[in-house]
Design a protein around this ligand. Structure first.
Ligand SMILES: Nc1ncnc2c1ncn2[C@@H]1O[C@H](COP(=O)(O)OP(=O)(O)OP(=O)(O)O)[C@@H](O)[C@H]1O
Ligand SMILES: [Mg+2]
Length: 286
């Protein structure tokens, strides 16, 4: 009787151990899967390119392999990074003459960029006329799962941009940088409508990872801004999406971007880096 009891306990313990090991393997597998994240807002100048640039640095610094894609013909992300090959850019991928791997360039340790050039304006117009345009990034990122842990796509503010639609179609999550002002608030609402359409038509797995405030701190003496933040947090749809971290206004950002260097190189002690590291942790935990 005593032996039977011990054997049963052993069996139960082994079963628990097996289940926990399988759980750990599943979690690890999920973490190892390449994640495609898009930064978007239909309002201009809210910090989309800066956030892709800074979060990319933070992820790479933490040891992840990161591919940045500049899907905006304004090419502001490209301008902030130390690119060398002017002949390597996204236009060739849009035209179907090269793959993403053909045109990516190393711009830091564990950090690569697919750059944008002026030619992207014309290429995007042609792309928009192709029925299959929403699949551009989904198709071109296929098979790269073993090369990167994260792909971050910077998108233009223009409404209905084919490249924005293609980025959202490929992504698991979209993050929305916004400033605490009326037009940004409207830009977020309009983007959420686009996200809902893309979810319905092309990418049911797309979720809004979060909305975060840029050039803002709860400690600033700007009552109008706090009013907008309160309005956003009370909004039934937007409120639950507002992230904890806010990105303060910090000149270290423009200084690093102008030198095409990272915040780790030019301003390792800056508020900008503190804020973006905190935001990156929140994104990883989301
Ligand atoms: N937290 C910040 N503090 C100070 N300056 C910032 C901050 N974030 C961004 N900037 C600056 O604000 C400007 C606009 O930022 P950014 O280009 O990232 O916005 P965007 O949303 O990508 O704009 P667009 O819609 O035109 O693509 C840039 O000059 C950038 O250097
Ligand atoms: Mg931009």
């Amino acid at each position: 009787m005593h032996m039977v009891c011990i054997r049963n306990i052993k069996k139960i313990l082994l079963r628990i151990l097996f289940r926990n090991t399988m759980f750990a393997i599943c979690i690890k597998h999920r973490w190892n899967k390449m994640q495609i994240l898009t930064m978007a807002n239909r309002k201009g100048g809210t910090g989309k390119s800066t956030s892709v640039w800074a979060i990319g640095q933070c992820l790479a610094h933490a040891g992840h392999r990161v591919l940045l894609v500049d899907a905006d013909a304004q090419r502001n992300l490209t301008r902030c990074l130390p690119i060398v090959g002017a002949d390597k850019h996204l236009t060739s991928v849009v035209n179907g003459t090269a793959s993403l791997v053909d045109v990516m360039q190393a711009v830091g340790e564990k950090l690569w960029l697919v750059a944008a050039t002026d030619s992207l304006v014309a290429a995007e117009k042609v792309l928009g006329a192709d029925m299959a345009y929403p699949m551009l990034f989904k198709n071109s990122l296929e098979g790269l799962e073993n090369l990167f842990d994260y792909v971050l796509i910077d998108t233009p503010p223009s409404p209905n941009s084919p490249l924005s639609v293609a980025a959202l179609t490929a992504s698991s999550k979209v993050f929305v940088p916004t400033q605490p002002e009326l037009f940004s608030f409207e830009g977020v609402q309009s983007l959420l409508e686009l996200v809902a359409k893309i979810k319905k038509n092309y990418n049911p797995g797309l979720t809004v990872g979060g909305i975060f405030l840029t050039k803002y701190s709860p400690t600033y003496r700007r009552n109008l801004h706090h009013g907008f933040v309160a309005m956003m947090k009370e909004h039934p749809e937007l409120g639950p999406l507002v992230m904890e971290t806010t990105i303060r206004d910090n000149v270290a950002i423009a200084e690093a971007q102008v030198q095409r260097q990272s915040l780790y190189q030019t301003a390792p002690q800056s508020n900008a880096l503190v804020d973006y590291e905190t935001l990156t942790k929140e994104i990883l935990a989301a």
